[in-house]
Write a protein that binds this ligand. Structure first.
Ligand SMILES: [Fe+2]
Ligand SMILES: [Fe+2]
Length: 306
């Protein structure tokens, strides 16, 4: 015997999946998002990597995520800090100032944290809905970032390369929802260090209604001053040198500073150290699109060759 299901049974098929990523050792931002997730009560929560790195409370963040037993994948910053712990790094990273923050953050992790981070897979699916794939960067690499600038053709190629119809990612700290021919691509943004000029902690909730997906970006206010206090009180700001200061500026402006500084120092031929920071800040406009900034740098390289 067969029976037609009533309409409200169809509605009960709705599954909501919260995805957060790029927490970057920012415990107050994570706590605010956890509270928001509790309130919204999704069916499932996934964590998209970069729990650690670029912030002082990596161990505490790992502890919060671990005890919830959510599916969690690794990001490039897990890979960096694990390389430091295993000493699988170029020898100069052990003394150059630009790596002092990474040395501090790697040392801050407990051996249990390290074991947990080493166990994290490259990608994960959803337990409740089989058509979703979570990767940190893209299905190609933890460092292959997808953002609002990524062309539709590339996103379609990536969707073609996977079995799922929804690709969810983080890494670029730039949230986006893109509907394409082959499915949906969602970048959930960053909990702890957004680069979209919005200082609030950000994540996403995806909904499956039995036939299709939709996504909604979430923004949560948190006490940034608490994070800045952790920067100072933990000793990170002092020990982390120019890198910790650049991360502090990223937090304050919700814009990238660290990578532009490193690229600028390379172009100018100056050491990536605190002594160069003032000149960089004179040169850098955080509101300028990064593409334009890199074009200005390219012009400087050409000038040097000429
Ligand atoms: Fe990140
Ligand atoms: Fe990343």
């Amino acid at each position: 015997m067969t029976s037609r299901k009533p309409r409200n049974a169809q509605r009960s098929k709705v599954r909501r999946v919260a995805v957060l990523a790029d927490i970057h050792g920012n415990l107050p931002a994570l706590e605010a998002v956890l509270e928001d997730i509790d309130r919204q009560s999704p069916d499932e929560v996934l964590v998209g990597g970069d729990l650690v790195g670029r912030g002082p409370q990596g161990s505490a963040v790992v502890g919060e995520i671990r005890r919830r037993d959510w599916q969690t994948i690794r990001g490039n910053h897990e890979e960096y800090l694990l390389s430091f712990r295993k000493r699988e790094i170029p020898p100069e990273w052990l003394y150059l100032e630009e790596w002092s923050a990474a040395r501090w953050m790697a040392a801050e992790l407990s051996s249990e944290d390290v074991d947990y981070l080493e166990s994290l897979p490259f990608s994960a699916g959803s337990n409740s809905v089989p058509t979703l794939l979570l990767t940190h960067g893209s299905p190609v690499s933890t460092n292959d970032g997808l953002g609002p600038w990524t062309r539709d053709a590339k996103l379609d190629d990536l969707l073609d390369s996977i079995n799922e119809s929804v690709l969810v990612c983080g890494h670029t700290h730039r949230p986006m929802i893109r509907q394409l021919k082959g499915g949906l691509v969602v970048n959930v943004g960053s909990v702890g260090l957004p680069f979209n000029r919005d200082r609030r902690a950000q994540y996403a909730i995806l909904s499956w209604d039995g036939s299709g997906w939709s996504a909604e970006l979430q923004q949560v206010e948190y006490d940034l001053e608490k994070t800045l206090t952790a920067y100072r009180d933990s000793g990170f700001l002092e020990a982390g040198g120019v890198t910790a200061e650049l991360l502090r500026l990223e937090l304050l402006h919700a814009a990238p500073y660290l990578v532009p500084f490193l690229k600028w120092a390379e172009a100018v031929g100056t050491p990536a150290e605190s002594s160069s920071l003032g000149d960089f800040l004179d040169f850098y406009e955080p509101d300028e699109p990064l593409r334009d900034f890199f074009l200005r740098l390219k012009g400087m390289f050409r000038g040097a060759e000429g």
